[in-house]
Design a binder for this molecule. Structure first.
Ligand code: URA
Length: 292
């Protein structure tokens, strides 16, 4: 546990302490690599790091547990966001300030479509913004889109690992219960939310979770990259719920996606190109994958 009492801060508007540490995450520039995995649950951070070759607990303050380490030669961090948009926005803000720019949510989710099985993974291409905090940053017409690089790296990793996955639009809500069409206490459920899970399924939204839209919106505003892979622990169409289903697969896919992204980023630097085209990716594939 890190204690930040009795530490002097620069100002109220820029809450950074005298050693340069951000107020909530308790980290400073140089502590965090560019690639960061973002689970909601602090307990999932050591699980993510258990697949790394080197790992170290860097900080634990409120809901923000932070490990840094190396996965197959790549510097990586895992930072829990807590549940929902506001706490996630704080994490992403402070991570950008210390030099991170690539964020992959590793979460759990409720599928809306019957054919998606518990334990499958959902890789999000874009998120419906049923959160509050991203609207403070920018109008609701602004799209919460995943970065194409991160999206492709997650798909590539899921393929390589041979897990079942789906790619598509996710809805991110600030509410686990009423906002996702679940009855509140004493069955409270305003009409506008009572069939939201059915209406979203009709327009081919795959799943509900609570953080992707915030990560994607902030990542796009600040010129970074965001992606999300979630394990399906609930299915709202079949009314099944198994906490933990698919979580290990989501973690493995996210870790592998970091390694793939690093290879692509190195290739981009080597070729002095900004965007990854299909032909650059096929060159990468022929060079590094074929014949393995
Ligand atoms: N997380 C959510 O936000 N909703 C679910 O149904 C399951 C996980």
């Amino acid at each position: 546990m890190n204690l930040v009492i009795n530490v002097r801060f620069e100002s109220a508007s820029v809450p950074v302490d005298e050693s340069g540490r951000q107020y909530h995450l308790n980290v400073r520039r140089g502590d965090i690599p560019r690639y960061v995995l973002l689970p909601g649950d602090p307990g999932r951070v050591p699980l993510i790091a258990s697949f790394w070759d080197e790992k170290r607990l860097l900080s634990s303050h409120r809901e923000y547990v932070i490990y840094v380490g190396r996965y197959r030669g790549v510097d990586v961090a895992a930072v829990s966001t807590g549940i929902g948009g506001p706490a996630t926005a704080i994490a992403v803000e402070e991570l950008f300030r210390v030099g991170a720019d690539t964020f992959i949510r590793v979460g759990t989710t409720g599928a809306l479509r019957r054919e998606i099985k518990l334990g499958d993974l959902i890789i999000t291409s874009a998120a419906v913004r049923y959160d509050g905090v991203s609207r403070i940053y920018v109008d609701s017409e602004y799209p919460a889109a995943a970065s194409l690089d991160v999206l492709l790296a997650l798909i590539e990793a899921a393929d390589e690992l041979g897990v079942r996955y789906h790619v598509g639009i996710t809805a991110s809500s600030d509410s686990f219960y009423v906002g996702q069409g679940r009855p509140g206490f004493k069955n409270y459920l305003p009409k506008q939310w009572s069939d939201i899970h059915l209406r979203l399924a009709e327009v081919n939204v795959l799943n509900f979770e609570m953080e992707a839209s915030t990560i994607f919106t902030l990542a796009n505003i600040y010129g970074g990259r965001g992606g999300a892979v979630c394990a399906v622990i609930a299915n709202r169409a079949t009314d099944e719920f198994v906490p933990g289903a698919g979580v290990e697969d989501a973690i493995k896919v996210a870790n592998e996606a970091v390694r793939i992204l690093k290879e692509w980023d190195d290739l981009r630097a080597e070729k002095k190109i900004t965007y990854l085209s299909a032909s650059t990716l096929s060159e990468w594939y022929l060079r590094s994958r074929k014949g393995r």
